[in-house]
Design a protein around this ligand. Sequence first.
Ligand SMILES: [Fe+2]
Ligand SMILES: [Fe+2]
Length: 169
Amino acid sequence: MISNEMSEKLNLQINREMYSAYFYLGLSAQAETANLKGAAAWFFAKYGEEMEHALKIYRYLIDQDAAVSFTGIAAPPSRLEGVMEMFEQTLAHERKVTGAINELVDQALSEKDHATNVFLQWFVTEQIEEEATVNDILGRLRLFGDQGQGLLMIDNELGELAKQITAEG
Ligand SMILES: [Fe+2]
Ligand SMILES: [Fe+2]
């Protein structure tokens, strides 16, 4: 059993993960429109990962015999200006999610809820990896450029990264 407060906060995190999925699917559509096939595949792969995150928490709540309650999912940003802004917004978004995960850990620790604390550690590690990956992509966009040949190269790399994510999942 977990506390009502803990389960309410985990339910909110399901919503954040669903929003993250929606956010990435929206960016994937925008990348498709811009003919950035690799970026579109990468954002689509992230969409799938975020859905898995939402379902992990869903399953945890069920396993803990806690209530699951869904709320509306906000619309993601539309029409971002170019690939640089897409990844800048992605980093800002993931940093917010990291903050939310940290608050969930704080809650679990304050309640001495060891099960939820252990459950959340996977998400703590995942956020480190996600922020690092997006930082790396942004760094390469700044170094090689977000237009022309530089963008083509990075778009190809993103396509390869997307294949790796899909193979792992
Ligand atoms: Fe996530
Ligand atoms: Fe994420």
